[in-house]
Design a protein around this ligand. Structure first.
Ligand code: GLA
Length: 651
């Protein structure tokens, strides 16, 4: 059996592609198409039908084994992969490559019975029990030991298997137990992490501002994870706990990856991220992955979900500096976990899938292949619904498979770099959304969406970049709510603008340092010179409140008393006070929004800032998008997405 003849073997040499991704690409002829396949839920007759229906639907990749730990290790150390061999062989014979999961997402019931200390504990001391999934403490050495032992067995068994294209570690790290572990083992791990970060207690006391409320620590053993407490917990303790949680889960991923790298050094490794997860610092995680994978679940009932998906895809593309990524999961139609689970209307699955490809995905994969008969996800849609192949969903899945297979040139093609970028920083996100702030309405994703949306509506591509990247290639840099920022990053933003860049920053930025201590010298101290202004006072608005602008439109959520020190107002409130400004700095310009303008005004401002930066929008009907990918032979392939409803005429 062959999986393609290495026709696309040079893809991995394209910018950003780690060499061992060739192993993945060489097993595919076109965009990876398929999804999670859980054959352990079914019998032999169904398996035979699966093989036939996968052929009909054009499936070329299946993700296998995600929740198979209990079946593969029914008792401690008693490994049984016999059941899996036949499935992998059958998939190989059918020309379906396999993304093989390490099975560690959900431990068997015996682990909790034997080692109850591996169960996670919430901030109020409640142990979480088995019976759903992800019931493990990320710091538990016992869990890690059992997990890595299983991974070693699995990797050795399937090292040379012809179907093995990619490793899939765990599943959605941090989805259910992101910050839930406060057990003694986690507490000790937190203390070790703090010692490594601060070295001395004096440094920690200073960073955590512990002279406030008599919180000073005299011994490392006095420090705990931020457990349930009478009032607001120390903000820097909370911030460090979020850093620690992301790092600690990453250690679990690393431990498994080390085993895979040793046993199968040529096979690439990934793990799938939940929708723009707040709890993992994805830029840090992505450095440890050969390819980024993402699970996307836009809500069919929410008209904004189309844009939010586009934003999340821009984030995924940005995590490894523009490298294509994998759409590891999406629903063919409804999910089962919202209060009301809308179905995807006819055609929506196709459009959503092409949207991901347009934004840089090298795969269109679903959760899941066949809809479960029992269990908590029996009402979650699948490529093969309960009704079988004679269904709209299976027909649409089959048509989509054929359509993707007809465009082999897209696999591994490089997404064209945008001229605009949006700055996203996880520690800032964590710090911004702490309690005891001026307003609970300063939310990172909400701000990112509001700034990205006007570009999206103008069909202007936008990359998403971290604080430590070189931004000089971008003409426009959007910086929403950069509340917590180091002096070094602030200095680099000055250099970006003084060298000709256009920056658009919005309110409640430049307020604290990386330890959440206020930058003194008048808000926003690190940006006063750059922005040519001072913020004398914040004035968050009451729920639903708004302030009229002089020329129409209104500011929402937040306002500020701005004292201009060189900046020119570009938008004023009805009483004449400045609401937004523009300041020339070096050979560039720094724009500042002291409020969240309504969407129409926001679009007008972004259009002006974009033109200031020299970025033109394509001439496209409202509701349509074009994104471009560059193929291995240098061709530019434009993918046009039309989100308009009803019948339209396209020339
Ligand atoms: C996540 C998980 C899957 C499944 C889907 C359902 O993405 O990774 O196992 O539970 O959600 O939407």
């Amino acid at each position: 059996m062959t999986y393609g003849q290495g026709e696309f073997g040079t893809r991995a040499e394209q910018p950003g592609g780690p060499a061992r991704l060739a192993h993945f690409y060489d097993r595919l002829d076109s965009i990876a198409y398929g999804g999670d396949y859980n054959p352990e839920q079914w019998g032999p007759e169904t398996h035979a039908e699966d093989a036939e229906l996968m052929r009909v639907a054009g499936v070329n990749l299946a993700t296998v084994g995600i929740f198979s730990w209990a079946k593969s290790e029914p008792a401690p150390g008693a490994y049984d992969f016999g059941w899996l061999d036949g499935h992998l062989d059958r998939l190989a014979d059918a020309g379906v490559a396999v993304c093989l999961a390490t099975m560690t997402a959900s431990p068997p019931a015996w682990l909790a019975r034997l080692h109850p200390e591996t169960l996670p504990m919430t901030a109020d001391g409640t142990r979480l029990h088995p019976g759903s999934r992800q019931h493990w403490c990320p710091s538990s050495p016992v869990f890690r030991q059992y997990a890595t032992r299983l991974v070693e067995q699995l990797a050795k068994r399937y090292a040379g298997h012809p179907a093995l294209a990619l490793w899939h570690i765990g599943n959605e790290f941090g989805c259910h137990i992101s910050r839930h572990c406060h057990c003694e083992v986690s507490t000790a791990a937190f203390r070790r992490w703090l010692r490594a970060r601060y070295g001395t207690l004096d440094a920690l006391n200073s960073a955590w501002s512990t002279d406030f409320w008599s919180q000073r620590y005299g011994d490392w053993e006095e420090i705990h994870t931020p457990r349930t407490a009478p009032s607001f917990r120390n903000p820097t303790q909370q911030l460090d706990y979020l850093r620690f949680s992301s790092d600690e889960l990453l250690e679990c991923y690393r431990a498994e990856k080390a085993v895979l790298d040793a046993v199968t050094p040529g096979v690439p490794v990934t793990t799938n991220f939940v929708p723009v997860a707040k709890t993992l610092d994805l830029f840090t995680w992505a450095r440890e992955m050969d390819v980024v994978s993402y699970d996307s679940y836009p809500d069919p009932h929410d008209p904004d979900s189309v844009h939010e998906a586009a934003f999340s895809y821009d984030v995924m593309r940005g995590l490894r500096d523009g490298q294509p990524w994998l759409l590891m999961e999406q629903a063919p139609s409804a999910v089962n976990w919202r209060t009301r689970n809308g179905r995807k209307q006819p055609g929506r699955m196709r459009l959503d899938s092409w949207q991901a490809v347009a934004h840089g995905a090298d795969s269109v994969l679903f959760f899941q292949w066949r809809q479960s008969r029992g269990g908590a996800e029996k009402f979650h849609s699948a490529m093969v619904p309960h009704g079988g192949p004679e269904t709209r969903i299976f027909r649409e899945a089959t048509a989509l498979g054929a359509e993707l297979a007809a465009h082999p040139e897209l696999l591994g093609s490089v997404p064209e770099r945008a001229e605009a970028a949006l700055l996203l920083d996880w520690p800032n996100w964590w710090a911004l959304e702490q309690d005891a702030h001026p307003s609970a309405d300063a939310r990172m994703l909400d701000a990112a969406h509001a700034h990205h949306r006007p570009l999206y509506d103008a069909s202007v591509p936008c990359d998403v970049v971290p604080v430590d990247r070189d931004w000089s290639a971008y003409k426009l840099l959007l910086v929403p709510n950069l509340y917590s920022v180091s002096q070094e990053t602030a200095d680099r933003l000055h250099t970006y603008v003084s060298s000709g860049g256009t920056l658009l920053m919005s309110y409640f930025s430049g307020i604290t340092d990386e330890h959440d201590r206020v930058h003194l010298g008048g808000y926003p101290a690190p940006f006063r010179e750059l922005l040519g202004l001072r913020v004398e006072e914040f004035e968050p608005l009451p729920e639903g409140g708004a302030l009229r602008f002089g020329g129409g439109g209104e500011g929402t959520l937040w306002s500020e008393e701005l004292a201009l020190e060189g900046a020119a107002p570009i938008l004023t409130y009805a009483d004449g006070r400045p609401a937004a400004t523009r300041n020339p700095y070096g050979t560039g310009h720094a724009w500042y929004l002291g409020t969240r303008p309504d969407p129409v005004t926001m679009r007008a401002i972004l259009d002006r800032a974009r033109l200031d930066a020299g970025i033109r929008a394509p001439d496209l009907p409202v509701g349509t998008q074009v994104r471009t990918r560059i193929t291995a032979d240098g061709r530019r392939v434009a993918i046009r997405l039309d989100h308009r409803e009803g019948t339209v005429t396209v020339s």
